[in-house]
Design a protein. Sequence first.
Length: 128
Amino acid sequence: MSRIRILLADPNASMLAMTTEILCEECEIVGAVQTGADLLRCLSETQPDIVLLEVVLGDMNGLELGNQVHTRSPATKILYFTMYEGLAFVDAAFAAGASGYVFKSQASTDLLKAVRAVCRGEQFRPTE
């Protein structure tokens, strides 16, 4: 079975490193970027299965960016991995076409579960 190809997008370099550490045994990290512009540049080069995306990037709104990812790479799934835990953010992400949403506070228990679920074509919603 091939490894799940993931492109990470988060403005925080230490969060990118931690996320890579959590996922690297089961997934292939094809890129780690800190801006929306870099994500869009890297998307066509890497052709990831999943984009793991923060809701707020310094240069772009992550929800709007998710729409651009869908337009440019329809087969790529969007999994939001964020510190924004409000239900309004979760609902907005799914309304924008997200396949999953994980709170960073639940990374150790939920991140790999979410990646696996999204790859199976399922949605992953955070537990309250």
